[in-house]
Design a protein around this ligand. Structure first.
Ligand code: SAH
Ligand code: F3S
Length: 434
């Protein structure tokens, strides 16, 4: 039996796919890189914006055609599965099983039942122990850094967001379990971990998030600790000091702001004002020397005026984010923002998004240029797809580096090399191995 898992969305989904793959491998099934030869195809889905949902349904359309040619099982997991539940079978009758985000460990039972001829199998229940997934059952991909979940769910209630509905309330793993998992990963050769949660800094697994980071930081052999995502209202001065000063905490912070207008933030129910956000940024120190700060923006939220959008551009100038991810507001089923009047045209929303993204591209290039001429540690992540003898790596502050290794030289996957940065664009740096 062969299986293929296709993944959309955030790192949490990437990591859930590693868990699902581990469960299937544990049943004696073998992974294949494409669905064309798979007996079971799992789509691990995202529903954060409508576009993500469209992608899943078009893939399901292709799989329906394939199913006319040969028999195989189709499963849908992840946020779309959790959101749609039984309705998924109506819209996509070719689907055999639906598995919610809190029922990962039910996968083997569902697959067994399906193999015995069971049809339209579903578990979207809230299994309270989903976050206690046994680490030894995870089958990690060939990545330079290991993803480690520490908290699932979100207790905030942003009016645009499906996550509280699709991922449930916050549940933290006990800190000893997390430390033991990371210890095992270091023993297996990983030098870098990324701690995952919809809101990592409200972690409460017997200690707080800063304590957890410090405890993990004591592990010998571990080089860099990252984490994502942080909500501004759960961010603390102590965490800021760890990012700036702890030798193993990567000097990088993703702190989504969403908008530069207090009126919009209020309607989004983000729980902070622009000033409170700026205060948190200031905890990193006046110069933010060596720390990269990135953020998320939503453009065209219902009722966003020209002045509101201008306030977002002003915030961009004030903070000079090293990177940002921006999206046009996408109305999501069951969210409170659906009730807000949304009368701005798509064309105007698109124009605002382009303005924001163009300015950010300049700022990112500027931020990247600051490294030119310096020699910095870079972790080797993969051979470059475009040129032989070239490699892709990451700096501690999460910038992509296109590296030239020199003829015939191979670079050590997953390890740090010292690289001299020779050039910079908005998307990546270029460098030579020192
Ligand atoms: N704390 C979460 C953030 C949720 S989603 C996490 O990272 O796990 C990531 C980003 O998607 C948000 O910060 C927001 O900018 C964007 N987003 C969420 N819902 C959206 C919507 N309905 N429309 C457009 N963008 C959205
Ligand atoms: Fe979504 Fe807001 Fe939580 S963006 S994940 S409800 S912090």
């Amino acid at each position: 039996m062969k299986f293929h898992v296709a993944t959309w969305g955030c790192q949490m989904n990437d990591h859930d796919s590693e868990k699902l793959s581990g469960l299937l491998a544990g049943m004696g099934m073998e992974p294949v890189p494409h669905w064309s030869s798979a007996d079971l195809v799992l789509l691990n889905t995202c529903s954060i914006r409508e576009k993500a949902v469209h992608k899943v349904y078009s893939e399901l359309g292709r799989l329906r055609e394939e199913k006319k040619r040969r028999p195989f099982l189709i499963g849908v997991t992840g946020c779309l599965a959790q959101q749609e539940k039984e309705a998924l079978f109506k819209r996509a009758p070719q689907v055999d099983l639906v598995l919610g985000t809190m029922a990962l460990r039910q996968l083997p039972d569902l697959v067994r039942e399906a193999l015995e001829g069971g049809r339209r199998l579903i578990d979207t229940g809230a299994h309270p122990d989903n976050h206690l997934f046994p680490p030894e059952a995870t089958r990690r991909g060939e990545t330079a850094k290991a993803l480690v979940s520490i908290i699932e769910g979100c207790n905030h209630a942003c009016t645009f967001c499906v996550v509280p509905a699709t991922r449930g309330p916050e549940r933290s793993r006990p800190w000893k379990d997390v430390v033991e998992e990371v210890r095992g990963l270091v023993a297996a050769g990983f030098r870098e971990v990324e701690l995952l949660g919809q809101n990592v800094n409200s972690y409460a697994g017997g200690c707080d998030f800063a304590d957890l980071v410090e405890r993990i930081g004591e592990l010998q052999g571990l080089e860099w600790i990252r984490f994502t995502t942080s909500h501004p209202m759960n961010f603390t001065p102590r965490l800021a000091r760890l990012i700036v000063g702890h030798p193993k905490v990567a000097p990088f912070l993703h702190l989504p702001v969403q908008s530069g207008s207090d009126a919009v933030l209020r309607r989004m129910r983000r729980e902070y004002t622009v000033d409170q956000y700026l205060e948190r940024v200031s905890w990193l120190g006046e110069e933010r020397e060596g720390v990269s700060l990135s953020t998320d923006f939503i453009v065209g939220f219902p009722g966003e005026t020209d002045q509101d959008f201008q306030a977002t551009l002003d915030l961009l100038e004030k903070v000079r984010f090293d990177a940002s991810f921006s999206f046009i507001y996408s109305p999501r089923p069951g969210t409170p923002a659906l009730r807000l009047k949304d009368d701005l045209s798509q064309a105007e929303k698109g124009a605002r998004l382009r303005r924001l993204q163009q300015r950010q591209a300049d700022l990112t290039e500027e931020s990247n240029r600051r490294l030119v001429g310096r020699t910095v540690p870079v972790r080797i992540e993969s051979p470059a797809a475009t040129e032989a003898g070239h490699w892709m790596g990451r700096t501690a502050d999460w910038k992509n580096v296109h590296l030239q290794a020199g003829p015939g030289r191979s670079l050590p996957f997953g390890e740090l090399v010292q690289a001299r940065i020779t050039g910079a664009g908005p998307h990546h740096l270029r460098g030579e191995v020192a």
